[in-house]
Design a protein around this ligand. Structure first.
Ligand code: PH2
Ligand code: MG
Ligand code: MG
Length: 173
């Protein structure tokens, strides 16, 4: 697994699920979703393990499984890359009913090679990532070299600043 920063252009994707789709759920669903990202002709350079946490902001919703993967960017711009990820979400029956509502598959473009942009659906780096342990814990694992494009802080450092968080790494899957 890659530990150093990639030498070519890269982007980081946060994956999340808290609803089954087509008899898949949790880690198996996210594993398959990474295969679907590769089928969009993206190479995965590194990936985290799977992490489980209560749904935020409503812990009565089903718990989430999250992961992060770092991919090699190609000639596609950030907008096109986001659209390709949204196509994968669609293929997993993603419905956009409520903000923060339960979902079969969420693919968030967290960071596109340090780009800073807010335009239409594209907000980079992902505006809430620094407050979310379910993003930071897998990101720290997949990309220990990563630094927040605005604050310069590592995922591990941002995670420590959140204090105690109800998130666990799943083993054996
Ligand atoms: N995603 C959300 C809303 N709440 N909670 C957890 N634990 N993990 C998520 O990925 C998550 C969430 C909207 O994208
Ligand atoms: Mg999300
Ligand atoms: Mg999303």
């Amino acid at each position: 697994m890659m530990q150093g920063m990639p030498t070519a252009a890269w982007f980081a994707v946060g994956l999340g699920t808290n609803l089954p789709f087509d008899s898949l759920e949790g880690p198996a669903l996210l594993q398959q979703a990474m295969g679907s990202i590769q089928q969009q002709s993206f190479s995965i350079l590194s990936r985290s393990g799977f992490w489980r946490s209560p749904a935020w902001p409503d812990p009565n919703e089903p718990a989430y499984t999250n992961a992060v993967c770092v991919c090699l960017a190609d000639q596609r711009r950030a907008e096109e890359t986001l659209q390709a990820l949204q196509q994968v979400e669609q293929a997993y029956g993603r419905q956009r009913a409520r903000r923060w509502g339960a979902r079969t598959l969420d693919l968030d473009l967290l960071d596109f090679h340090g780009l800073r942009v807010a335009h239409g659906a594209l907000h980079l780096p992902h505006p809430r990532m620094s407050e979310r342990a379910f993003v930071l814990a897998p990101l720290a694992e997949a990309a220990p070299w990563w630094r927040h494009p605005e604050s310069g802080r590592s995922a591990q450092d941002l995670l420590a600043a959140l204090g105690e968080c109800a998130i666990v790494r799943l083993h054996g899957c």
